[in-house]
Write a protein that binds this ligand. Structure first.
Ligand SMILES: Cc1cc2nc3c(=O)[nH]c(=O)nc-3n(C[C@H](O)[C@H](O)[C@H](O)COP(=O)(O)O)c2cc1C
Length: 333
């Protein structure tokens, strides 16, 4: 009997496949289909700091337009009575999803600065979310801001949100920190429960005919797995946080690699969007077959077995490996 179960953020999951934040969680029906196919948990699409701030500014504008009286001002609201604010709709969707499926539902906030918008962490918690993921997607373009200042402000934000909720908190990071282990140590010290490695960096492309910047989203491929795989392997066992691997998980082999690196769960978005929910049951079946063939009895048994701490050649993860990799290229004409 093979035990596929794992734990993540204090939750016991029946297997390590988690649907990461994507439009799939916008429809309850889709999440139900994912659940039927065997997914162990779902991270909801994100509610953005910008959306919350925009909606509250708009509400403020509507409420104060032409009058100082709140009661009167309410009549100015478009579609009075049925008017539903986007952030509040998000919270209502968390509640709806929780009522519709049995798997854990992880809410997702996407933002970078401290402010009133972070109250949505508690609102998502109160709506029944089992945990919260905070996505720190940010591109620093201001040369006046140092790496230290940027990291200080992100650690502050994480600590602020962590102290405002009782449910577990995971933080989704980009790979672009000067000293990632040091930053991870600081985040771990806030008491954060998990780290999700990594955000994909969505680079705009150029349309050189129209001289426009074009924004297209290409789905990932398994080749993108190596970056989070390598970092999770290096960070595993050093900090009291759970690691989730996101970016490039498309097959059972990818999931196995993620587990061996030391991830507690492997998250998928592109694969589910591209191949549909059936890929969950296919991956689970392949996982089971591979483990049987290789005489593994549980997922827990393999977690971290290929981490830097566990392998015979730890330098394979470091600079020492660089020359070896370059010289391994044999394909010259
Ligand atoms: C269409 C689409 C929408 C996404 N929306 C979100 C989002 O709202 N919040 C978030 O944190 N990540 C979002 N992501 C990122 C995914 O959760 C995931 O981290 C990323 O796509 C890498 O995983 P993958 O290789 O399995 O696609 C989105 C990805 C896609 C493809």
């Amino acid at each position: 009997m093979i035990d596929l179960s794992t734990t993540y953020l204090g939750l016991t999951l029946k297997n390590p496949l988690v649907a990461s934040a994507s439009p799939l969680s916008k429809k309850v029906e889709q999440v139900k289909r994912l659940e039927e196919a065997g997914i162990a948990a779902v991270v909801m699409y994100s509610l953005f700091e910008e959306q919350i701030i925009h909606e509250s500014l708009e509400l403020d504008h509507n409420l104060t337009r032409g009058t100082e009286s709140f009661a009167e001002a309410l009549t100015y609201l478009p579609d009075a009575g049925t008017y539903s604010l986007l952030p509040d709709r998000y919270v209502a969707n968390v509640e709806k999803l929780k009522k519709s499926v049995r798997i854990p539902v992880i809410g997702s906030l996407n933002g970078v600065s401290k402010g009133g918008w972070t109250r949505y962490a508690r609102l998502i918690q109160n709506a029944g979310a089992d945990a919260l993921e905070l996505n720190l997607y940010f591109i620093q373009t201001d040369s006046a801001v140092s790496a230290q200042e940027l990291e200080d402000s992100q650690v502050d934000l994480v600590a602020d949100i962590k102290s405002s909720i009782k449910i577990p908190l995971a933080v989704k990071l980009s790979p672009f920190y000067t000293s990632l282990p040091h930053f991870v140590k600081r985040l771990a010290a806030t008491g954060v429960d998990g780290l999700v490695l990594f955000n994909r960096f969505y680079q705009p492309d150029f349309d050189i005919e129209e001289l426009n910047i074009s924004h297209t989203l290409d789905l990932s491929s398994s080749s993108e797995l190596r970056l989070p795989l390598c970092w999770i392997a290096m960070l595993h066992g050093h900090f009291n946080v759970d690691f989730a691997l996101t970016s490039g998980v498309h097959s059972a082999i990818d999931v196995l690699k993620a587990m061996m690196a030391g991830a507690k769960v492997s998250m998928m978005a592109s694969e589910l969007l591209h191949s549909g929910v059936d890929s969950v049951s296919n991956i689970l079946a392949e996982l089971q077959t591979w483990m049987e063939t290789h005489e593994y009895t549980s997922i827990k048994q393999m977690q971290g077995s290929m981490s830097q701490k566990a392998v015979a050649e730890p330098s394979a993860f470091e600079r020492a490996n660089y020359m070896k990799v370059l010289s391994s290229f044999q394909d010259l004409p």
